[in-house]
Every structure is written in structure tokens, then in C-alpha cells.
Write a protein that binds this ligand. Structure first.
Ligand code: WT7
Length: 663
């Protein structure tokens, strides 16, 4: 762990924006007194608080009697003797409470075509899908990989797995064959659900052929079935016996499927995410605790009401798309948009146009998208939010990376017309749902600050010794008590789970988020100051520097590589790679050509999202006498700043000059 952020003194942004009085008056959690009362309840009777919420918000087949089991900490168990089904909680209970004919999903296709699916229809789709999976012998406890684009079928695939107790692992459609293969092997999956192709920004992109490539790389013998959703209808290769069209699998199935009642701790899904070292980690989530938090944060953070049209722009390949598309909105019976396309097609006003078209009332997106749309609307009035009727909006959200105060203000003024609270939601793949966020009908907002933890979430900022630091002084973000939707383990690697998240430094008791943070001297509001490990956040996508380095050195031309993040106006951070080739250091056009070749190589190894924006070639890398690469110097060089730090431990100071600029 590095601690470059622990001495962070700012930001001490002090502006406060109150939520509109009308919002507060109608909010589910109305005013700070209501927030404080919930926090007090959690403080006074931690288990009683969570037990009450779990009973009120989740439908249990078998009620739990034990709320929290800490015997084998940090392998916490929540509601362990209870039984439930996540799909039942998202679908069946909506049929019983009058939502059967309510629209569950408004699918907005890449080309603007719209399909609506009611809760009744989604229930039928999921039941048939689930019966189809069962007919192939897929059962409780099996792992199923979902490699699909944004679609009703993608959501139905996740729900169908949940219905039969199979653990899904969604792999983002932008990952390469190799990344997919690694995840298939690690998960020991029995089936892959995919599409023929995906449509994004008017382009046809492959899916099935990448699955074929992944399986051809070897080691995937556990895979018995490849189920293919027909999206574009272009010809694809088919392997008899292994591959089957989704329609052929489900059309003749019964529209009823009794849910598999699973224990609360049964793994609902595994989602791979990057850590500072090694291969991606399979973050394992539970069924009961996870579902509780997906449901409750829809109510608390999003203040969801029956008439809302909810739109989370994330992809189901990320945790945001799990909690705030596939599970949360359905579990509260909401109407939501599922969007296939991209924010800039056919023009950069697509988000605003879609909000107007479907009268979206709650909109949740990433700062990167906002920043790029600010740029686009500065250049062209036609795509500026003011050119669209956004009067349906009542709440805005931000997720995935820090939102800079300028972008926050633009979002607040131009999209929300100063009438919509902004919830800047801090959380992680590992946390399952929101952790630190304003409550829209209670918390006065400060641009760039995620403000205060949700009730029951015991966040704190500590120093390296685990002691609380005073407000105004930066430190390490931890969570002092377990919470229901927390990561349960790393699939196949409980030791790594312990050492990554519950390190001995803090007595093995505190959950270590991996972020630095600081609390405002007066309000106590949290501001996230960035990762304290070697994890990058590019456009809200999380990547390990080491993964990218491994991909680079796998190229036969590369002798050594070091990757660092560089602040980027639009994407938050960008990837800058320092590379030593086996051949002499290239310059001029040679360097350009080789840089392009290596960027494409990384895209092929990991996926296009991991492509370094910049590659600099050197004869060597800056190292200490003991041979350790000095990344903090590389970070300074990447930014184009002069090195003011002590370089006395550096073995080869001359190299710094060479790495100062792009080759
Ligand atoms: C990392 C987690 C949140 C789900 C999607 C990303 C950063 C996330 C915020 C925020 C500042 C944020 C953190 C965190 N992050 N939200 N509101 N303000 N930073 O999940 O891929 O697991 O990434 O994203 O650095 O650790 P993820």
C-alpha cells in the first residue's frame, strides 16, 4: 500500500446546496433528522436495525433467525438461516402487488427503436429462460458466464440464473477473448450465454466469435453449452451440440418456473474486478444481504416512487448495472430504461433526447460521460441539454469516479435546472451498493463531495496505524463494521480476500476500501481523494496497472513495462505506459508505429478499455538500487511535471530525462 494521499489537505470546498423544499417534503427519508434517527438506530442496536430492514424489504421463503454471524470474521454471514430467491423478489412479488401490467423495462435500442416489457412479460421470459437452462442440466451452484450487450435478454439471463440458483458471472462485452477465457476458467463455468453480435453507435461488434476464440484458447472444458441470443442476425459459426439459439432453447418451455429457494449466503453472482496485483479478482456476492441493499438503496438514495422512470446508464457488465439495473429497480417494481447505445450516437444529445422521449425522472450516470457531453455541447448548441425538454427530471446521480466541482455545477445547472438534487454515490464492486452518498431529500450537497455514509454503514478515515484522523486531515478510508451487501470472499481465493480487504495492519477488523479520503473540517463530509493502491480508474472503469504491464510484457518485443495513471480532463485518469523494448529504443516514426502496435496488442490481450493512451519508450526504467521501479517518479513524468522529489535512491537518474516526453 502506498500512501500518497494521506497527507492530502484539501479539498475544502465549502458551498452547500440545499435540496428543494418540495423534494424534502415528499422524500422517503425527509430531512436530516430522519437520517440521523436511522443512524442512531444503527448505532444503538446494529443487528436489530439490519434485521428490521431485512424483514421489511425482502420476501423470505424461510425467515432468518440469526442476523449476523461474526464467528469466522472476516467471512461474515448475514441472515444465514433464511431462505429466499432474488428473482422471486424482483418479479413474482410485483405480480402480487399490482404491478403485473406495469412496464418493467423500456428498451431503447441503439437505433432508437423502443420495446416495452411489463412485469408479467418479464416474469414469463425469465421463467422460460430458467426452464431452458434447467433443460440443459444447469442447476443450483453452477456458474454461468454472461457475455452479452445491453438488452432485455441480458437482464433476463441474470434473473434466470438467480431463479434456478446458478451463480452468474457477467463479463463486460468489451473484454477480449483472453480475458473471457481467464474468467471462464477461474469460475469453472458450465455455460456461456452470449449474443451473435452487439450493436453500438451504429456499428456491429462481435460477441459469439469472441466466445469461440476464448474457448479455443483452451482450458475451458467445463463449458458444455453456449446459448446465443440473436440480436443482429448476421451469420456466425455454430458448433453442433455445444451452441444453441436462445429462441430454440426457450420458446417451447413452460412460462412457470418454481424458484429455487436458496440460503441467504448462496452466491448470487461473481463479478471480476481489478486489484493492484495479480489477475482480476472474482468478487463473490450473497443473495440475501445483497438483495436487501439493492432494494433499500433504491428507496433511500434514489427515493424511488411508483411513478418514476429510472435510468441508470451503466452496462450490466459492471456492478452498477447489476445493482441498479438487473436487481434494484426490479425489486422495487420500478419502470426503467435499458439503453443499448452510446451517449454520442447518433449525436451527443442522445442522453437528453432519451430523457425527454421517455420522461425519465431519475438519471444516473458517470462523471466521464458528463464531462465529454459538456465539451460536445460547448461546441454545438443543438446537443446542449437546453435544446431538450428535461422537465421530467427530479433527481440526478453520479457514480464510478470523483466528480469535479465544475462538472457537478454544470450538471446541476444545465441538466437539473437547479431543481434536482445530485447524489454523488461512492461505492465499489465489493460493497454491492451505495456506501457514502447524499440523501436527496435530506443532505445539503457540496460539489465534489459524496457527503455522508448511509445509515448502518460505519465508514471512517484512519492513519496507517488504524487510528481515526481528525476532520480536515486525509487518510485511509475504512469501514469499521460489516454490512449486508459486502463482498463475501474472492472466488477460489479466500486468502487473497483476507489480505486485500481485511489486512492485519488494522487488526483484520476494518474493511479497507483502497481509497484515500478526507472529511471536511466543518461538515464532516467525505471527499474521496483517489486510490491508494495501483488501481486506475479510466472513465469509471477500474484497471490494475499490473494487469496492463503483464499484457505488455507478454508481447515478444517488450522487455519491461511500467504503467501509471495520468490525470485526464475527460476520462478522469488515462493510462500512460513506460516501455523498454528488447531492441534499441525507437524514436520518431518507428516509435509511433510500435506504440500503435502495442496499444492494439493490449486491446487484444485485455480489451479496448485497457489501451494505454500514451506509450513512452526508454532504454530503462527509473529504479532503486535494489531494482524496484519508482512509480511515483513515473507518475510525475507522466503529468509532464518537473521532478522535485528526492531521487538519491535512484540507480540511474539519467533515464528521467529520456522519459520526460513521448518518444
Ligand atoms: C472505485 C470502485 C461505484 C460502482 C462502480 C465502480 C471509485 C466510485 C466514486 C465516487 C469518487 C468513486 C473509487 C472506488 N469511485 N464511485 N462517487 N467518488 N470515487 O466500481 O469499478 O469497483 O470502482 O471507483 O476509487 O474505489 P468499481
Amino acid at each position: 500500500m502506498t500512501s500518497q494521499t494521506t497527507d492530502h489537505q484539501g479539498p475544502q470546498e465549502s458551498r452547500l446546496f440545499n435540496p428543494p423544499a418540495s423534494f424534502v417534503a415528499n422524500a422517503r427519508i425527509s430531512g436530516m433528522d430522519a437520517y440521523n434517527a436511522l443512524c442512531a438506530e444503527a448505532e444503538q442496536d446494529f443487528e436489530g436495525f439490519w434485521a428490521r430492514l431485512a424483514r421489511e424489504n425482502v420476501d423470505w421463503k424461510v425467515p432468518f433467525t440469526r442476523t449476523l454471524n461474526e464467528d469466522n470474521a472476516p467471512f461474515y454471514k448475514w441472515f444465514e438461516d433464511g431462505k429466499l430467491n432474488a428473482s422471486y423478489n424482483c418479479l413474482d412479488r410485483n405480480l402480487q402487488n399490482g404491478n403485473a401490467d406495469k412496464t418493467a423495462i423500456i428498451f431503447e435500442a441503439d437505433d432508437g427503436a423502443v420495446t416495452r416489457v411489463t412485469y408479467q412479460q418479464l416474469h414469463e421470459k425469465v421463467c422460460k429462460f430458467a426452464n431452458g437452462l434447467k433443460s440443459r442440466g444447469i442447476k443450483k451452484g453452477d456458474r454461468v458466464i454472461i457475455y452479452m450487450s445491453m438488452s432485455v435478454e441480458g437482464v433476463a439471463a441474470m434473473q434466470a440464473c438467480a431463479r434456478i440458483g446458478a451463480t452468474h458471472s457477467v463479463v463486460f462485452g468489451g473484454f477480449s477473448a483472453k480475458s473471457l477465457q481467464e474468467r471462464i476458467i477461474d469460475a469453472g463455468a458450465v455455460a456461456v450465454i452470449t449474443g451473435d453480435e452487439q450493436l453500438r453507435g451504429g456499428k456491429f461488434l462481435p460477441l459469439k466469435s469472441i466466445v469461440d476464440d476464448a474457448l479455443a484458447l483452451g482450458g475451458c472444458d467445463s463449458i458444455k453449452d453456449v446459448i446465443v441470443y440473436k440480436r443482429t442476425g448476421n451469420p456466425i459459426a455454430f458448433k453442433e451440440g455445444r451452441d444453441i439459439w436462445l429462441n430454440d432453447l426457450v420458446d417451447h418451455q413452460s412460462a412457470e418456473c418454481e424458484p429455487e429457494w436458496v440460503e441467504a449466503e448462496h452466491p448470487l453472482f461473481i463479478l471480476y474486478t481489478s486489484g493492484s496485483t495479480g489477475t482480476p479478482k472474482g468478487v463473490q456476492h450473497s443473495t440475501g444481504g445483497y438483495l436487501l441493499w439493492a432494494n433499500l438503496t433504491m428507496k433511500w438514495t434514489f427515493d424511488i416512487k411508483p411513478a418514476d422512470v429510472f435510468w441508470c446508464t451503466a452496462d450490466i457488465g459492471w456492478v452498477t448495472g447489476h445493482t441498479y439495473i438487473a436487481y434494484g429497480p426490479l425489486s422495487v417494481g420500478a419502470t426503467q430504461i435499458v439503453f443499448e447505445g452510446i451517449p454520442t450516437f447518433p449525436h451527443a444529445g442522445r442522453f437528453w433526447e432519451t430523457i425527454a422521449k421517455h420522461k425519465v425522472s431519475i438519471f444516473y450516470t458517470a462523471p466521464t460521460a458528463i464531462r465529454s457531453l459538456i465539451k460536445a455541447s460547448d461546441a454545438d448548441e443543438k446537443v446542449h441539454p437546453k435544446s431538450f425538454d428535461l422537465s421530467s427530471l427530479r433527481l440526478l446521480g453520479s457514480v464510478g469516479e470523483p466528480i469535479n466541482p465544475e462538472a457537478w455545477m454544470w450538471y446541476y445547472k444545465n441538466v437539473g435546472k437547479e431543481q434536482c438534487p445530485i447524489i454523488d454515490t461512492f461505492w465499489q464492486t465489493e460493497t454491492g451498493g451505495h456506501m457514502i452518498t447524499p440523501l436527496p431529500g435530506a443532505t445539503p450537497m457540496t460539489p465534489g463531495s459524496c457527503t455522508l455514509p448511509l445509515p448502518g454503514i460505519m465508514t471512517a478515515i484512519v492513519d496507517e496505524a488504524g487510528h481515526d484522523v481528525p476532520n480536515g486531515q486525509g487518510g485511509i478510508l475504512v469501514v469499521k463494521r460489516p454490512w449486508p451487501s459486502m463482498i463475501r470472499t474472492i472466488w477460489n481465493n479466500p486468502d487473497r480476500f483476507k489480505s486485500s480487504y481485511f489486512p492485519d495492519e488494522f487488526g483484520g477488523k476494518y474493511y479497507l476500501a483502497g481509497d484515500g479520503a478526507i472529511r471536511h473540517k466543518d461538515t464532516g463530509y467525505f471527499t474521496i481523494t483517489g486510490r491508494i493502491d495501483d488501481v486506475l480508474n479510466v472513465s469509471g472503469h477500474r484497471m490494475g496497472t499490473m494487469e496492463i504491464e503483464s499484457a505488455l510484457v507478454a508481447n515478444p518485443l517488450v522487455a519491461e513495462a511500467a504503467v501509471v495513471g495520468k490525470p485526464d480532463e475527460t476520462t478522469g485518469e488515462s493510462i500512460c505506459a513506460f516501455v523498454v523494448l528488447k531492441q534499441a529504443r525507437p524514436t520518431g516514426d518507428d516509435a509511433k508505429k510500435l506504440a500503435l502496435e502495442l496499444r492494439n496488442w493490449v486491446a487484444k490481450e485485455i480489451g479496448p478499455i485497457a489501451k494505454p493512451k500514451e506509450i513512452r519508450f526508454g532504454d530503462n526504467l527509473p529504479k532503486t538500487r535494489s531494482g524496484k521501479i519508482m512509480r511515483r517518479l513515473l507518475r510525475v513524468l507522466a503529468k509532464g511535471e518537473a521532478i522535485t522529489q528526492d531521487v538519491s535512491t535512484l540507480e540511474n537518474p539519467a533515464i528521467l530525462e529520456q522519459l520526460k516526453e513521448a518518444s
